[in-house]
Write a protein that binds this ligand. Structure first.
Ligand code: SIN
Length: 330
């Protein structure tokens, strides 16, 4: 008899575990109310794919995601990968899924696949997308060819890599894409096909080790915009303990002059500043003059992912040149 792959499902909540007292309503529901056992029971076909174990890590709307859950997930997954588990699936809200995926891609010390999955329609909706997405995610985590692909997202039959994936639609079931990197592949009838193998940041190869950490450095994000008011906010955040800021700049990383003047003052006082962009694709261009001042380029990472990398970078160093190297590499 053929031995089935072993897949652990770690549940954190989201719309995939959401419910509302109507089958035609797909907004206004409560995310993170259905337990992992019920999610699994709703798809009897999962047993054909793998031997499943499960663990309810949290049951929240992912807009409330926090460092404690991230650290719990990373500790748990690294532990599971020391056993005979072949792959891990994480059920997760879609709102911050890309941040959790990128965080895990930087800290999981294994080649085994980790697949995040969610849904855009609550479990109670007509044509809920959760069950099919979860079926696909388990198929992907159980797939031998998924080894070495890093942390992935399985949504709407597509496979996306943690580094490039972005949520690009508020409500449509086709809510994720990878503007700069492209999809990794797709899943049809429980079979994954890969046509791309970008894995810029795979945990096994990164210097970031959170195994002994119970908290992460505080990094915040500030937008820049016309008639900019965030100069005041930058100072307020710094005075309240923020160690570093990601600036969601305009265009290729431009910052309103009022905000920039304050940032220059705060850089001299020890604040670390990395420049990202409000634009959904492309690199930022930080001038040599600004680099000399201490501004770091976040490259092509969007603000929410740049924040993840900067938090992890600060667990290693405060040297802006070293942090810049991390942004170029990961
Ligand atoms: C959430 O992110 O938890 C709510 C939205 C979703 O899962 O689509």
């Amino acid at each position: 008899m053929q031995v089935k792959p072993k897949v652990a499902i770690l549940a954190t909540g989201g719309t995939i575990a959401g419910a509302i007292d109507s089958s035609v309503v797909t907004t206004g529901y409560t995310a993170g109310v259905v337990g992992v056992e019920a999610l699994i029971k709703a798809i009897p076909e999962l047993v054909n794919l793998a031997d499943i174990s499960s663990n309810q890590i949290a049951n929240i709307n992912s807009c409330d995601m926090n460092d404690t859950i991230w650290l719990t997930l990373s500790h748990k997954i690294n532990e599971l990968f020391l056993t005979d588990i072949d792959g891990v699936v994480i059920t997760h809200g879609t709102d911050t899924m890309e941040e959790t995926a990128y965080f895990l891609s930087l800290v999981i010390k294994s080649d085994k696949p980790v697949v995040l999955v969610g849904a855009m329609r609550p479990s109670t909706a007509i044509s809920a997308d959760g069950p099919k997405n979860l079926y696909n995610a388990v198929a992907l985590a159980a797939d031998k060819n998924a080894k070495g692909k890093g942390v992935m997202i399985a949504m709407n039959d597509k496979i996306q890599g943690a580094r490039g994936v972005v949520k690009t639609h508020t409500l449509n079931v086709d809510a994720f894409s990878s503007p700069d990197f492209g999809d990794l592949g797709y899943i049809v009838d429980g079979k994954a096909t890969f046509y791309n193998s970008i894995c810029k940041a795979c945990g096994k190869n990164t210097p970031f080790d959170v195994s002994k950490l119970s908290s992460l450095p505080k990094v915040d994000i500030l937008y820049t915009y016309s008639n900019d008011g965030n100069a005041v906010a930058a100072r307020a955040l710094f005075e309240n303990g923020t160690k570093a800021l990601i600036i969601a700049g305009s265009g290729a990383g431009n910052i309103h002059k009022d905000q920039k003047n304050i940032l220059k003052e705060l850089l001299k006082q020890g604040l670390i500043v990395a420049v990202s962009s409000r634009i959904s694709a492309g690199l930022v261009a930080v001038s040599d003059e600004d680099k000399a001042f201490g501004f770091i380029s976040a490259g092509d990472l969007n603000p929410q992912k740049a924040r993840v990398l900067l938090m992890l970078a600060l667990t290693k160093t405060k040297d802006t040149k070293k942090i810049q190297e991390y942004f170029l590499k990961y």
